[in-house]
Design a protein around this ligand. Structure first.
Ligand code: CO
Length: 199
């Protein structure tokens, strides 16, 4: 059964009190600042809570999520998160994590018109066109899987080209981009390619 909204607030009070008991002064310390080493860019999907699946505590992971984990070159939301985390917080790793069974990818393949989402997933349709030769011969389920993975690789490529990341590498900053994909069926993350550590 789904929890009530009041339950969420009660959960929060319990969580805060347990955490303070377990590690006295933790909130006072966290209020002073953050220095995460990782930026997570993932899908908004409720089944993939980044801190939970990577075992990271509050303060350890800077996060940006959107439908289908896209890196769009004129998205000021993503670009601000990236710029701040890479150049001010100086995270050491940018993790682009997609997932199999992504509803955003599915929508780009064969979705019924659905307002603003149609426009948002347009880059995925372009990806389908660019890879039609490899995708077309595959059965539809394999096409879907392949596209979820190709989408991660394309977004990593987009990330690599951003001004913020180029600037960090240009200044000799240590920064790796990781291409990961999460499997809903197993709860496990698969690494799609070696990290990219420079231009
Ligand atoms: Co998704």
């Amino acid at each position: 059964m789904n929890p009530s909204i009041a339950q969420l607030l009660e959960n929060n009070r319990n969580w805060a009190s347990k955490r303070e008991t377990h590690e006295p002064g933790i909130f006072e310390k966290q209020a002073k600042g953050q220095s995460p080493e990782f930026l997570w860019i993932g899908c908004a999907d409720s089944r993939i809570p980044p801190n939970t699946i990577t075992g990271l505590e509050p303060g350890e992971l800077f996060v940006h999520r959107n439908v289908a984990n896209l890196v769009v070159s004129d998205d000021p939301n993503l670009l601000s998160v990236l710029h701040y985390s890479v150049l001010a917080l100086k995270v050491k790793h940018v993790i682009l994590c997609g997932h199999y069974g992504c509803g955003g990818i599915q929508h780009a393949i064969n979705g019924q018109p659905f307002g603003v989402v149609d426009e948002w997933v347009q880059p995925v349709r372009e990806l389908i066109n660019d890879n039609s030769e490899t995708l077309t011969p595959l059965p539809s389920e394999a096409q879907f899987e392949r596209l979820c993975a190709l989408n991660v690789l394309r977004q990593v490529e987009n990330l690599r080209q951003t001004a913020s990341i180029q600037q960090a590498w240009g200044a000799g900053q240590s920064l790796e981009i990781h291409a990961w994909i999460y499997q809903l069926e197993s709860g496990q993350i698969k690494v799609l390619q070696d990290p990219i550590a420079g231009p």
